[in-house]
Design a protein around this ligand. Structure first.
Ligand SMILES: [Cu+2]
Length: 487
């Protein structure tokens, strides 16, 4: 076997990461006993008719035992907190009944799914009012990956996510199914939803903890569990890690520097496995990794850390030895040719606090900021100007497509950025070049995924258009979205 490179450091510039604004909240250790890690149930379809599968997703209020004592009032999808995991398969036609049992308007955004905008995509133009519902349908036509669903109502996305709305979406396909990856959901294939929260008398108080540069919490939660423990019953475990935080970047590693292998990024399988001991995820990014506990024996405990804080444990039990080796080539990325003759699109994230802007502007739901022809592949330079207080990392997210990272300040992308992505962390002072292609016409958001930046207005809209089929879109105003005229 050839010598395999192991990456032992974060790809992001740590000094830049440490340039926090005054409101930075470090994680604290929680003095409470370990708990079994919550593994969200897989959502059951309402019915299956041939290639048509029907789901109901209900945004609801509930109560969750998070801390000792009083339960915490939380929100979730088909659950009291976070949500049941939605499993989708490439090629299947889905009919989804979206129900809002919350006391306020929300939307259901499919982060990472290549579905039409602005309605099916579930951005702010697709409100579901309290007591109301909306029906959408789409054919899932993208490869296996880990996505998620979360609310997107301007300007309340951050608070609604803080209250608990976020669920993993697992996409499967026949190609990925042939790869020797663990895929027994809940046993050796588990979501790891990373969030941070603070509590006041066991309750959330978003206003109290609010920070305009991104709200942070003192306690680390994995799948809504503080001090979670996962009982390992197989040699290899696949983690579908999602940064579901409003603001926090997670810098992950194990207490014993245990190595792991990243096999997928936001948009699915990486061309080659990437061996790491440290992984940083900015808001909304996903990484699928395989942990091999072949060097451990029953009773051993391995702790997942972020910085110097333990966030969950893996308790090794009896497992059947497994000598599966990952191939050095996992998949071939068919990178589209950049369409000749088109200028590079430049988009600029600037400012901090209430000065955050995208291309110098604040979000306007009724303004189309750019247009791009479907099928064209266009280079975008995503710039973080680093113009205030040393700046901060802005995670740049696009709806309606998966893109490829071409370069960072003209240099190679990070080793784990060679697959499809929909969110990319852009360091302060950096320009990240990406190749963007839309395949479905529609109106899509692109924005900073620090949720409070998004809510403040660091967001814009692009129309992906088909010159042979001009479409008119009714774009709601923010006022209309929040206050329906006929409701
Ligand atoms: Cu930002």
């Amino acid at each position: 076997m050839s010598e395999t490179k192991v990456y032992n450091n974060y790809f992001f510039d740590e000094p830049v990461f440490d340039l926090h604004d005054g409101g930075y909240v470090p994680l604290e250790k929680v003095d409470m006993p370990d708990h079994p890690l919550n593994i969200p149930a897989a959502l059951k379809p309402d019915k299956v008719e041939g290639n048509d599968v029907y789901y109901t997703i209900t945004a609801q209020e509930g109560e969750t035992q998070i801390l000792p004592g009083a339960k915490t009032k939380t929100w979730g999808y088909n659950a009291s907190l976070l949500g049941q995991t939605i499993v989708l398969k490439q090629g299947v036609h889905y009919h989804v009944h979206l129900v809002n049992k919350l006391p306020e308007v929300t939307t259901f955004h499919w982060h990472g799914l290549n579905v039409t905008g602005p309605i099916v995509d579930g951005g702010p133009h697709a409100p579901v009012y309290p007591g109301g519902s909306r029906d959408i349908d789409f054919t899932l036509d993208q490869p296996a990956q880990t996505d998620w669903i979360h609310p997107h109502p301007c300007p309340n996305t951050a608070r609604q996510v803080w209250n608990g709305l976020a669920a993993a979406v697992v996409v499967t396909d026949d190609e990925e199914a042939k790869l020797p990856f663990p895929r027994n959901y809940g046993v050796d294939d588990i979501p790891i939803i990373l969030q941070d929260r603070s509590y006041h008398d066991n309750q959330l108080d978003y206003k109290k903890d609010y920070d305009i540069d991104g709200t942070l919490g003192k306690y680390a939660l994995v799948n809504g569990t503080i001090n979670g423990v996962f009982d390992v019953t197989t040699q290899r475990v696949r983690l579908r890690i999602l940064n579901g935080s409003d603001r926090r970047e997670w810098r992950l590693h194990f207490d014993d520097d245990h190595g792991f292998t990243q096999i997928a990024s936001d948009g699915g399988t990486l061309p080659e496995p990437v061996r790491l001991t440290k992984l940083m995820l900015t808001c909304a990014e996903r990484a699928e990794v395989i942990l091999d506990f072949g060097d451990k024996k029953p009773g051993d405990v391995v702790t997942l850390m972020s910085d110097d804080m333990p966030i969950m444990k893996f308790k090794i039990g009896q497992y059947v030895p497994d000598d599966v080796k990952l191939p050095e080539h996992l998949t071939t990325i068919d990178a589209p040719e950049v369409t000749p003759g088109l200028p590079v699109t430049r988009t600029v994230m600037s400012g901090m606090d209430d000065q955050v802007r995208l291309d110098g502007k604040l979000f306007d739901m009724q303004r189309i900021d750019r247009r791009q022809k479907i099928g064209d592949t266009v280079l975008w330079d995503v710039v973080n100007t680093n113009d205030m207080d040393g700046g901060m990392i802005h995670p740049f997210h696009m709806h309606g497509c998966q893109f490829l990272v071409i370069s960072r300040n003209g240099k190679e992308p990070y080793p784990n950025e060679h697959g499809w992505k929909d969110t990319v962390g852009v360091n302060a002072g950096e320009t990240v070049r990406i190749a963007v292609q839309f395949t479905k016409f529609g109106v899509y958001m692109y924005h900073c995924h620090i949720l409070e930046h998004e809510d403040t207005g660091m967001m814009a809209q692009i129309e992906a258009y088909d010159p042979n089929h001009e479409h008119k879109y009714h774009l709601l105003s923010m006022d209309e979205m929040n206050h329906p005229k006929n409701k």
